[in-house]
Design a protein around this ligand. Sequence first.
Ligand SMILES: Nc1nc2c(ncn2[C@@H]2O[C@H](COP(=O)(O)OP(=O)(O)OP(=O)(O)O)[C@@H](O)[C@H]2O)c(=O)[nH]1
Ligand SMILES: [Mg+2]
Length: 283
Amino acid sequence: MTIQWYPGHMAKAQKQIKERLKAVDLILEIVDARVPESSINPMIAELGQNKPILLIMNKADMADAKRTQQWIETFKKRGITAIALDAQHKSKLPQIEKVAQEILADKLAKKRAKGILNPVIRAMCVGVPNVGKSTILNRLVQKNIAITGNKPGVTKNQQWLKAGQSLELLDTPGVLWPKFEDPAVGNKLALTGAISDAIYHADDVVVYALDYFKDFYPHQLEKEYHVTAAELELEVPDLIMALTKRLGFKEDYDRFCTKFITDARKGKLGRFTLDIIPVEAQA
Ligand SMILES: Nc1nc2c(ncn2[C@@H]2O[C@H](COP(=O)(O)OP(=O)(O)OP(=O)(O)O)[C@@H](O)[C@H]2O)c(=O)[nH]1
Ligand SMILES: [Mg+2]
């Protein structure tokens, strides 16, 4: 997908999401567990106003497990419920409904007190591109029926899908482009595939990523590219040249950069998380 950075498109997407959010009890914000903070879209909290949010850290199978746990605790300190998920391998999907019920316990209790025996939770999946919204939606809904489908006069926007006992999801997930001023955030989103390959330079991303892997995941570089202890001491551009040669790409460092990004996305460089736990949350 290509990101169109035109203000008009952005405004239209925002308006649509805002409109749809009016009808929901809960926002399921899907983020990538490798960049749990950088893939949060600040516009979602703005547009959702005071709607409760359940943060789903998807692709947890590719993230650093220890960091995932630390991020869940960090979010908790910030008053946000977050859960880790691996939607591709279907692990922990039922937890979404259970946690949604916990978040909305008061609201559901009130509905029950009014005589509604099985109150539903209406939710909408939102998230930046490629974090796994469609995968989650399809897995949750399975082959359940579309509740308001096929009725004339019902707008496509308002089609609700049954997911589990009490969840109902809007059929079209909300996508918003990431918004960032910090170039590091851009590099992180590029490496994990949330922003289109057309809008960043592979070498910038790799300079950033190799520097980070040298600090946090040196063994993963040793394992995949046979990086030596001496090479870990090199400046990143020199390391890039050394690896370009090692892989037989001669002077073609662009080729190495493209390969590095592909390897990282395929999990060949092992599990990693690019967002560091903030110091205030470690206390
Ligand atoms: N490893 C892993 N891959 C996943 C997981 N969930 C989704 N994917 C993969 O990530 C890619 C993107 O998933 P989608 O469900 O299409 O993501 P999306 O958020 O709907 O993407 P857009 O519609 O483009 O915004 C696909 O190749 C999925 O198979 C997961 O938990 N783990
Ligand atoms: Mg999708």
